[in-house]
Write a protein that binds this ligand. Structure first.
Ligand SMILES: Cc1cc2nc3c(=O)[nH]c(=O)nc-3n(C[C@H](O)[C@H](O)[C@H](O)COP(=O)(O)OP(=O)(O)OC[C@H]3O[C@@H](n4cnc5c(N)ncnc54)[C@H](O)[C@@H]3O)c2cc1C
Length: 552
């Protein structure tokens, strides 16, 4: 993305979101809407209106009347929105997703028409890809677009089919619909109210009940040929792929924002809640299980998100694997943090009166939409497997060497443990190659999960180093000061190394993948066990920092 907001503009946009939320979106209102399963259309339209909040302006390019935000800007806005309400954030995401195929693949006229309408009129979009029988595997789509021929030239298309689980499905003004044209899957822009175009009821969902989700029914819906995005058939899946790095970063930011929103509430609650004569915040059995590991995992995810966002802003291509790593880490961490936040509130957390209960249901979706966690595991594993093969098995040994060099200069940021994690990962990948273990889908997918851990640990160590040397990007979130950030990085890296080593043994032994003695040596288990030294003191230091420091 060419443009970016200035740091001051970003700050102003975040302040406007906060002001709008504190004025218009008190917890009681959000809990009530959730309970009544109500989509607050008027609120959403005001949030999209330039005269009021105009959130969507952040992602509309400057030349079409938007603010032209980059990936870092969009991540920051998404995190903030998700911390307020993930359902409302999803409604905004739907407009972003819906206009994405146009932004990346549309003709100049299409970009001008639709991006300008989003900026000026605040129109709501929906992104209609999923079908009842085509979810993770979009290639199985059945919706068809039949060309309408006049005097030998295509003047339009008739679209027929069913779309499922479409955010803004019942309320959008414009829809981008993926349909199979003779030349292959293609995006079409369909207006609400077109003849033959109807939608199902507002789905009764587990969470994000403030967002509208509906199925769509298209019965020979006619669109003019100029509604084919990009003007050429068969570009649909490529256009969807081109933006995955970017859109998955947004959902990663959702996991981060919702996870921290829940954890912040648990931290506040535990300061005041007295049990056995002292606040819960002073009890290790509480903090070291329900608070610290989740704060650490969320901040590791933040490191992966910010690194990917900076690289996207620098024009480094689609970054599909990096986007998947960020989404996987952040949404898994956000979900676990919200679950821990319920536990941290005891019986109160289990009631609708406490918003952590709602956040827990809301954040669950982030592990499902924009590619499920399992599809992320597959994407990561396949992408990095190729790198392992291309490098003759050196890909993660090479990154481990970089981490060792980083450790030599900055011995307290966890880069040594992260290096052990990377060496162990390289050993596991190589054993999988030699014994052909990725023929087991379970192993392939576990590799994706372990790779995410290793890459999260590396990103975290680099972030801690940048914080220590005052080189963090001006737009980066300062969630912890440099010293506790380095401590948190050490905690995460130790966990990553141990998880990778333990899982590696489980997977190789469990699949009868050859001799274990050599393998255990290759993993360097003694070093990984030794690097756990100091863990408890570090966890205590993170707890102290979290309770001393008011975030934001
Ligand atoms: C609230 C909500 C909002 C949504 N909004 C939108 C939207 O705006 N636009 C849109 O197009 N879609 C939207 N979706 C759809 C969403 O992206 C899909 O639900 C998601 O991609 C999963 O597809 P599916 O539901 O068909 O599940 P499936 O693909 O059938 O997956 C079911 C399970 O099987 C696993 N699985 C799938 N394939 C494999 C495989 N090859 N190997 C191993 N395991 C596998 C999955 O990880 C999952 O655990 C939304 C969904 C929800 C619930």
């Amino acid at each position: 993305m060419a443009n970016e907001l200035s740091t001051e503009m970003l700050k102003a946009a975040l302040t406007s979101i906060d002001d709008f939320a504190s004025r218009e979106l008190p917890d009681a209102l959000l809990i009530g809407l959730d309970e009544r399963d109500e989509f607050p259309e008027e609120l959403v339209r005001r949030m999209s209106s330039g005269a009021e909040l105009g959130v969507q302006l952040v992602f509309v390019p400057f030349e079409y009347g938007g603010m032209g935000g980059g990936a870092l800007d969009v991540y920051r806005v998404c995190e903030r929105m998700a911390a307020i309400d993930l359902g409302l954030a999803t409604s905004e995401l739907a407009t972003f997703l819906g206009s994405d195929p146009i932004r990346v693949g549309g003709t100049d006229e299409q970009k001008r028409e639709y991006m300008t309408r989003i900026a000026k009129e605040g129109v709501l979009f929906a992104y209609a890809a999923t079908e009842p029988e085509a979810g993770s595997d979009l290639g199985a789509l059945k919706t068809i677009a039949e060309p309408v021929d006049e005097n030998g030239s295509v003047t339009g298309y008739q679209i027929s089919g069913v779309k499922q689980w479409i955010s803004n499905g019942g309320v959008a003004d414009l829809y981008t619909v993926l349909a199979l044209a003779p030349g292959g899957p293609s995006w079409f822009v369909v207006e609400a109210g077109a003849e033959g175009f109807t939608h199902g009821h507002h789905e009764d969902k587990h969470g994000i009940r403030l967002s509208n989700t509906a199925s769509l029914f298209l019965d020979k819906v006619y669109v003019d040929a100029d509604r084919l995005v990009g003007g050429v058939e068969g570009q649909g899946l490529v256009q969807a792929q081109q933006v995955f790095g970017y859109t998955r970063l947004m959902v990663a930011a959702f996991g981060l924002g919702a996870g921290w929103a829940a954890l912040d509430r648990a931290i506040a609650y535990s300061r005041k809640r007295i049990q056995a004569g002292s606040p819960l915040s002073e009890k290790q059995g509480y903090t070291h299980k329900l608070i610290v590991p989740h704060a650490v995992a969320l901040e590791a995810a933040r490191a992966a998100i910010e690194e990917a966002a900076e690289r996207l802003d620098a024009g480094e291509g689609a970054l599909n694997v990096e986007g998947a790593v960020a989404k996987y880490l952040a949404t898994e961490a956000g979900d676990a943090a919200a679950d821990a936040a319920i536990q941290a509130h005891g019986g109160y957390g289990y009631t609708h009166d406490y918003i952590v209960e709602k956040i827990r249901r809301d954040v669950r979706i982030t592990r499902i939409y924009e590619g499920t966690s399992e599809i992320m595991e597959m994407t990561i594993a396949r992408g990095r497997w190729q790198e392992h093969l291309k490098s003759g098995g050196d890909y993660y040994h090479a990154s481990a060497r970089e981490l060792e060099a980083l450790h030599a200069e900055h011995p307290d940021i966890g880069a040594d443990s992260a290096a052990l994690a990377h060496h162990a990962l390289a050993a596991l990948l190589e054993r999988c190659r030699v014994e052909k273990l990725t023929r087991h889908q379970h192993i392939l997918f576990r590799l994706g999960a372990l790779i995410a851990q290793a890459e999260g640990a590396a990103a975290f160590a680099r972030r801690a180093q940048r914080a220590a040397t005052k080189q963090l990007h001006p737009k980066a979130v300062r969630s912890l000061r440099a010293k506790p950030l380095a401590t948190a990085s050490r905690v995460f890296a130790r966990g990553a190394a141990l998880t990778i080593a333990t899982e590696a043994v489980r997977l190789v032994a469990g699949s009868d993948g050859g001799d274990l003695d050599d393998f255990e040596r290759d993993l360097d288990l003694p070093a990984i066990h030794r690097c756990q030294g100091g863990l408890l003191a570090d966890m205590q230091a993170v707890a102290d920092a979290l309770y001393a420091h008011k975030r934001r």
